[in-house]
Write a protein that binds this ligand. Structure first.
Ligand code: GDP
Length: 365
């Protein structure tokens, strides 16, 4: 299963946020694909469409979909040189599929900041630079070897030299691998290196409890937003402390709490959805009277692969999928009405499943 890593300097609120995630946490038993590990928190994906489908179908049970966050502790300046947890830390990042970088945007004099003052941009720079330096080292080593082979006119080496050189140049200018334009072929050649800075990243601006309702006066958040814009990255504003308190509340209590604070949606819920998207994930639904359920698939997957997420037999024996778009089903008001309106399609093996498809798989056993 794909997972997103939570990284950040010490004392920025990572553990607080991760606590919120595990406390709000989904039942691992419902999600057999998920890892059982203290550093992994499973979150359910909040999805209004699932509630609407539940109202429509009135099933015995409703199951949301879920994915994982991994807590990656302790990056400090010098990690790429092995300081702090150094290499161990970097190898943990290597294993995740996307990165959520927590940035401290709250000024609390009681809480020490590692570098002495709250300065989100310099924090971001420290972390991003460590990741770039680690990548620079891997790419330089590889390039050295490949260049030697290329001199002997080794065809593969000559091809690989091109993307490696582009990457090295970018790193030397302080830019991440994801900013480098690579052709599909070039990307394939360097994919196996699992570079840290090729992973998609978003920023989590952690603000104080008095500012969460209105961050327009928080200059730290503004700075992070400006920076992220250039990086093409998203910024999610949260108050980790409030999320941690809220994680233990029931849904209706949570809603009241949010209303009191003057917030529309919890930052954690926003973070979950943004991260899901960052991981390249999307949702399809099954809607039977026994169970209405959301399923996670990777964008671009075809119908048989999606069927295989439910059960491998569904993929092996796949015949076709009765498919209706969520909006069409809701508009029609029932599956029968949707069929009568001609909105239910029979899709075959080549159908690329779309986010929000409601599906019924037909298969041979
Ligand atoms: P980590 O080192 O990044 O894991 O940071 P922690 O989660 O341990 O947080 C460091 C300190 O900052 C703790 O004392 C937290 O209670 C505090 N903290 C975290 N988030 C917030 C927040 O949103 N507001 C305030 N005021 N304090 C926070």
């Amino acid at each position: 299963a794909l997972t997103a890593g939570i990284v950040g300097l010490p004392n920025v609120g990572k553990s607080t946020l991760f606590n919120a995630i595990t406390k709000a946490g989904a039942e691992a038993a419902n999600y057999p694909f998920c890892t059982i590990d203290p550093n992994v928190g499973i979150v359910e994906v909040p999805d209004e469409r699932l509630n609407k489908l539940t109202e429509l179908v009135d099933p015995k049970k409703t199951v949301p979909t879920a994915f994982e966050f991994t807590d990656i502790a302790g990056i400090v300046e010098g990690a790429s040189k092995g300081e702090g947890l150094g290499n161990k830390f970097l190898s943990h990042i290597r294993e995740v599929d996307a990165i959520c970088q927590v940035v401290r945007c709250f000024a609390d004099e009681n809480i020490t900041h590692v570098s002495g003052k709250v300065d989100p941009l310099s924090d971001i720079e420290v972390i991003n630079l460590e990741l770039i330096l680690a990548d620079l080292e891997s790419v330089s080593k590889r390039l050295e070897r490949v260049t030697k082979m290329a001199k002997q006119k080794d065809k593969d080496a000559m091809a690989e030299e091109i993307p490696l050189t582009k990457l090295k140049e970018a790193f030397e200018e302080g830019n991440p691998a994801r900013s480098v334009e690579l052709s599909k072929e070039e990307f394939e050649l360097i994919r196996g290196m699992h570079l840290l800075t090729i992973k998609p990243m978003l920023y989590v601006a952690n603000v104080s409890e008095d500012e969460i309702a209105d961050v327009s006066n928080n200059e730290y958040v503004q700075k992070v937003r400006d920076f992220a814009k250039e990086d093409g990255a998203e910024v999610i504003v949260v108050c980790a402390k409030i999320e941690e308190e809220m994680a233990e509340l029931e849904d209706d209590e949570k809603e009241m709490f949010l209303e009191e604070l003057g917030i529309e949606e919890s930052g954690l819920d926003q973070l979950i959805r943004a991260t899901y998207d960052l991981l390249g994930l999307a949702t399809y639904f099954t809607a039977g009277v026994q169970e209405v359920r959301a399923w996670t698939f990777r964008k671009g997957m075809k119908a048989p692969q999606c069927a295989g997420i439910i059960h491998t037999d569904f993929e092996k024996g796949f015949i076709r999928a009765e498919t209706v778009a969520y909006d069409d089903l809701l508009e029609a008001g029932s599956m029968t009405a949707a069929k009568e309106a001609g909105k239910v399609r029979l899709e075959g093996k080549e159908y690329e499943v779309k986010d929000g498809d409601v599906m019924l798989f037909r298969f041979n056993v």
